[in-house]
Design a binder for this molecule. Structure first.
Ligand code: AKG
Ligand code: FE2
Length: 272
């Protein structure tokens, strides 16, 4: 596959064998138009409603996971990284129950036990809101895999998918999601040490840009290396909003308000 020239599929439930084969080979999948533009706008209004309530309560953490606060172009306090957002919105909770998501479960492999949406586990439904302005607290995210969390929990690395629902359009040369296709097949040493987790922001000659439009769905394997590049532009054009929900299997690890902040989550403060 040539870099930046990958197939963007149409979503089907169940998935087609070609989808499953592509995911096995490259560790990611991109589906065009999983939700329509009205739903995109609805979800953005939900984000605002949640952050207004959280701002009134001056919330710092949800179920032990730090909330990233910043300020928008108009000075308004905004949440730049939400966790467990569907626990705070009926609309988002409903969305996670969309039966189409179950079509993704076979991507966990044939032996996955209790495949499910991680609505109340890990960080639940995360929403990232990047913008490159002085008052922003989040404009990029360094190289990482999402499976590192399992290592910090002292667990065996379990099959896991991170499912992205994109709320803004990617534009060439405007930062955005970069992945190293195929790195889900690496050994544990590469998973741990290929790059300096979250600190390394350097482009990789093999990275691919995912050219997502608002409404698209992406799936990546938890072991795949990826990063979010800062937009070289400042202001509104640099705004990027995307929701992520994990698809997980195995033992249930539901979080609640007494859950502890994990060691790795302290690193996330470093991302700005
Ligand atoms: O914002 C993105 O597209 C990726 C975010 C990400 O990798 C993460 O939150 O773990
Ligand atoms: Fe990630």
């Amino acid at each position: 596959m040539k870099l930046n020239d990958y197939p963007i599929f149409e979503f089907t439930s169940p998935l087609k064998p070609e989808h499953i084969q592509f995911f096995e080979d490259y560790g990611f999948l991109h589906f065009r138009g999983f939700i329509n533009q009205d739903t995109v706008e609805l979800f953005k209004r939900e984000m605002r409603a949640i952050e207004t309530r959280w701002a009134e309560q001056n919330l710092e953490k949800i179920n032990g996971v730090p909330i990233k606060w910043g300020r928008d172009t108009d000075g308004r306090r905004i949440v730049q990284r939400f966790a467990f957002s569907s626990q705070h919105s009926d609309v988002l909770h409903e969305f996670i129950q969309d039966p189409r998501f179950t079509a993704l479960f076979p991507l966990l492999g044939p032996h996955a036990k209790n495949p499910r949406m991680g609505e109340n586990e890990k960080d639940g439904l995360v929403i990232n809101h990047y913008i490159n302005i002085d008052s922003s607290n989040f404009s990029r995210l360094g190289w990482h895999t999402d499976s590192l969390r399992d290592v910090f929990y002292g667990k065996r690395i379990m099959p896991m998918l991170n499912v992205g629902v994109h709320l803004t359009d990617a534009v060439p040369n405007n930062g955005g999601l970069k992945i190293l296709a195929g790195t889900h097949k690496q050994g544990l040493l590469k998973l741990l040490f290929r790059k300096r987790y979250f600190m390394d922001h350097n482009p990789d000659k093999d990275e691919m840009s995912l050219m997502t439009k608002a409404g698209d769905l992406t799936i990546h394997d938890g072991r795949l290396w990826h990063r979010v590049e800062q937009s070289p532009l400042v202001g509104e054009i640099s705004r990027r909003q995307v929701m992520y929900v994990p698809v997980i299997c195995g033992e249930y690890m539901i979080k609640n308000e007494n859950s502890k902040t994990q060691f790795y989550q302290r690193f996330q403060k470093l991302a700005k």
